[in-house]
Write a protein that binds this ligand. Structure first.
Ligand SMILES: Cc1cc2nc3c(=O)[nH]c(=O)nc-3n(C[C@H](O)[C@H](O)[C@H](O)COP(=O)(O)OP(=O)(O)OC[C@H]3O[C@@H](n4cnc5c(N)ncnc54)[C@H](O)[C@@H]3O)c2cc1C
Length: 408
């Protein structure tokens, strides 16, 4: 285990500075354009692929940083550049993690390269879990996968919604019900490659923020995929379902969902994205407050403005510390006895909403226009309290963890 220190090591500083350079030179200057276009910024993803930021190798390297700070540091810098573009760059990672967590070695080797493509032909991937009637309540999912033993194929039917990169992905990872009796224990994940008959994009959503990230419905109409597309394989699924059925028979002991532990480990990464957006808005506001003069002096000379900046900076630093703590716990296998991962996501995302709003206030009329980036950052920040579990769901998880009651 790495010794405790509050300082990044030289290697981490080097990576951070490199990412910051990319965010400042490539992402930030493109932010306003792609926000207006509301399209996936393919040329920026391609640039990221060229320099090695858009690749599984890069994220794996950061993930295996023994201090746990590699991923949060990377997320903070990229999202500091722009949240919509950064989500287009890191969105594939959500699907890749789905394959890494549940797939066999062969599935990992086959599908992950197809998720990223290469610098001359970049591809993206989508993770499709949410449905129109199953957002926070994942157990009420209706997309059904049925096994056709004669053909060794799975037949999938259903509608997924709000999928990042949905319909434009080269690889879709689709979560579906294989045993409706078992609630969320009866789910399994499938690879659905682009071009599979029956797979189609539904409506593409026009959004409030992160508009450079593509969000759409994904329709699965009698989609057939070979048995090899079930992540983890049939044998492992049958064993898992048999165990779940046995537990259900024994009086339905409500075991803690293993997925909860995964969420605790992944939520700090979303917290770090929120820290990046909050820091970006704070920096613009600080700079503005020092240079904008009213009543013959910089507005920062007014305590009412300076105290807001003090609060903004304090919240951002506190959010980062919660994110770093949870990331360090995840990498070092510490049990999340107080749902520290959810805590970090809750606090950082609420901070981003608050701070970006304060930044608009400090910039006054300019803050409210698209001449300055804080208006966009405020719109972007609203997503953090919604995806990867809403703030209310984070509070529910924290409260139930503290109370010792089951989380379903
Ligand atoms: C831009 C964007 C990108 C997304 N990307 C993906 C993706 O790539 N893949 C994917 O699968 N999904 C994705 N999502 C979906 C996202 O994860 C869901 O929107 C989120 O989980 C919330 O679900 P919901 O929208 O159905 O809200 P609901 O669950 O309907 O919640 C509505 C409101 O009720 C509250 N609420 C619900 N239950 C409770 C409760 N028990 N206690 C207290 N309050 C409660 C919620 O907090 C919220 O305020 C994305 C969403 C967006 C907007």
């Amino acid at each position: 285990m790495a010794e405790f220190t509050m300082e990044l090591n030289d290697e981490q500083k080097e990576v951070r500075d490199w990412l910051h350079g990319f965010a400042a030179d490539v992402i930030r200057p493109a932010a306003a354009e792609w926000d207006e276009r509301e399209e996936t910024p393919w040329p920026v993803i391609q640039e990221a692929a060229k320099v090695g930021i858009y690749s599984l190798d890069f994220y794996a390297q950061q993930y295996f940083d023994p201090t746990g700070l590699g991923i949060p540091m990377a997320m903070e810098e990229l999202f500091w550049g722009d949240a919509g573009i950064a989500l287009s760059i890191v969105g594939t990672g959500l699907a890749a993690v789905g394959v890494l967590a549940n797939g066999t070695e062969e599935q990992i080797g086959t599908w992950i390269p197809q998720m990223y493509g290469d610098a001359s032909d970049v591809k993206v991937a989508a993770f499709c879990s949410s449905e129109p009637d199953a957002g926070s309540d994942v157990a009420s999912m209706r997309t059904r996968a049925v096994y056709d033993e004669a053909k060794d194929e799975w037949v999938i039917n259903g509608t997924k919604t709000w999928a990042t990169n949905g319909g434009i992905a080269n690889v879709h990872v689709v979560v579906a019900v294989v045993d409706p009796e078992l609630g969320s224990k009866g789910h399994a994940s499938f690879i659905v490659p682009a071009g599979t008959p029956g797979l189609a994009q539904g409506q593409k959503f026009k959004k409030h923020g992160i508009r450079a990230s593509h969000t759409a419905e994904v329709i699965l109409d009698n989609v057939r995929v070979p048995g090899s597309c079930l992540l983890g394989g049939k044998e492992k699924l049958d064993e898992r379902l048999a165990r779940a059925r046995e537990k259900a028979k024994q009086g339905g002991e409500r075991v803690k969902n293993a997925a909860m532990a995964t969420f605790e480990a992944s939520r700090p990464a979303v917290g770090a994205m929120a820290v990046g957006t909050a820091r970006a808005a704070y920096e613009v506001a600080l700079d503005y407050a020092k240079t904008r003069e009213q009543f013959g002096r910089p507005i920062i000379d007014n305590q009412g403005v300076a105290f807001q900046l003090a609060d903004m900076r304090t919240s951002i630093d506190a959010a980062r510390l919660l994110v770093w703590r949870a990331s360090w716990m995840a990498v070092n296998g510490k049990p999340f006895t107080a749902a520290e991962g959810s805590m970090s996501k809750l606090f950082a995302s609420e901070t981003a909403k608050q701070v970006t709003g304060q930044a608009i206030q400090i910039l006054g009329g300019n803050g409210y226009t698209r001449e300055y980036p804080v208006e966009r950052m405020h719109r972007d920040a609203a997503i953090y309290t919604i995806f990867e579990g809403t703030s209310e769901i984070q509070r529910l998880v924290i409260a139930r963890t503290l109370a010792g009651t089951p989380i379903r």
